[in-house]
Design a protein around this ligand. Sequence first.
Ligand code: GLC
Length: 495
Amino acid sequence: MKTLSFGLLVSLVIAGSTGGRAQVQNEKWPTRAVKHPVPSVQDTESAAEKDARMKWFREARFGMFIHWGLYAIPAGKWNGQDVPGIGEWIMNRASIPVADYKALDTKFNPTQFDAHAVVALAKAAGMKYIVITTKHHDGFAMYDSKVDPFNIVNATPYHKDPIRALAEEAQKQGIKFGFYYSQYQDWTAPGGAAYKTGDHKPPTYHWDPAQNGDFATYLHTKAIPQLKELLTNYGTSPAIIWFDTPYESGYRSTDNPDLDKAHGMTPEWAGEIVQLLNSRKDLIWNNRLGGGYPGDTETPEQYIPAQGYPGRDWESCMTINDTWGYKSSDHNFKSTETLLRNLIDIASKGGNYLLNIGPDAMGNVPSEEVQHLEAIGKWMDVNGESVYATKATLFGPEAGSVSKTEMGKDGKPKFVPEWKWRSTTKGDKVYVHLFEWPNGTLHLDKVPRSVTGAYLLADPSQKALKVSQKGQTVEVSLPAKALDPIATVVVLKTR
Ligand code: GLC
């Protein structure tokens, strides 16, 4: 069988896509083993309690990320010039003065935003949860905040709270709803942190004196009070808090707490936020709070780890084009084939796929993003059983292998993905997702179970396929043609 190759599924080096930091394959947000000043739920719960708390997340496998804010107005251009990089970083990358950026709020009136349609789109795609930016690095709150008037209800002609509209729709349509919150970076609040881009100078990497101030003051007068609002004012939401960028640009947590103090969320500051999180019993939160708290999930961004994170929950977040926040010039959309095989690949490694949409300044979802999500949903309608609530593959080598000759950008032997098939597991069923259609027979080695039957998941009659097994080698006779050009699923019944 010919080998399919995708450049998108395993990251190489993604330079400049996250505010100028090169992001290398398998980069993790290190959570230094430090004593937690405030015990988190992960520190205190039993394994059974953790399983119960994470159950819906592990079954969901597929969620929608939404990056939406004032940055959708410039949409990647400033003073008539294209600004490189991801759209939501435009204030930092173009060194936009605070006053000029904040003045965008009088122009923000997304009257075409339709919360029902956005939640319905997520469901049509087969997504089981949504995570939306409630306050990104630019400091603008996309919800009705009494803490800071720089928000969509108070400072714009729109005067409505899209987070409340989405929370109500999510509740009605039976989908979980989570909040992204940038707890460390805030480019418009005095004292808020900033990752370095361009020629911005240490130690603050600010570009406007209006940004200067004391981080602890920002944390105690804005970030923590806003997190309190978000955790108490939206009913059963949020199910997830998605923190982001807890350290300085390129700065990584070390064993030097003094360095941490100067450069990122300290264990004490993070502990004050954990105090808040502990107030929501079933809350799930990620590994990007900082201060040495691992949270619940690893968060590989724009890449899929070679073998997942065995024993750890994880979620690969990815854009459909190249930007999280809307950019009018970014039409570099991935194919439905790539996106759907990403989802299957991630599920086969026991992870979740958080796939992003970036609504424009009027609140419309770009049509290309709608089309791709609807196409994925059509496949999920027929084959979702092989993704939802599944466990990782019983095999492994199908994902690819480590090169004996080539080194990755991280200096380690390069993982070279293989794109012929994947597999997931659920109870006595083993699902084999065929990306390439074998010529007549599916041949599997090292099958650790006895196979009692097989059928094609997309075959409504579930017509039995001929199976032969000798030891751990299994052969399944297949019809001449695949039922789906992107992935046809063979179901093995096992015992
Ligand atoms: C990076 C970017 C941020 C984006 C996030 C999504 O941290 O800085 O803009 O929201 O990735 O994972």
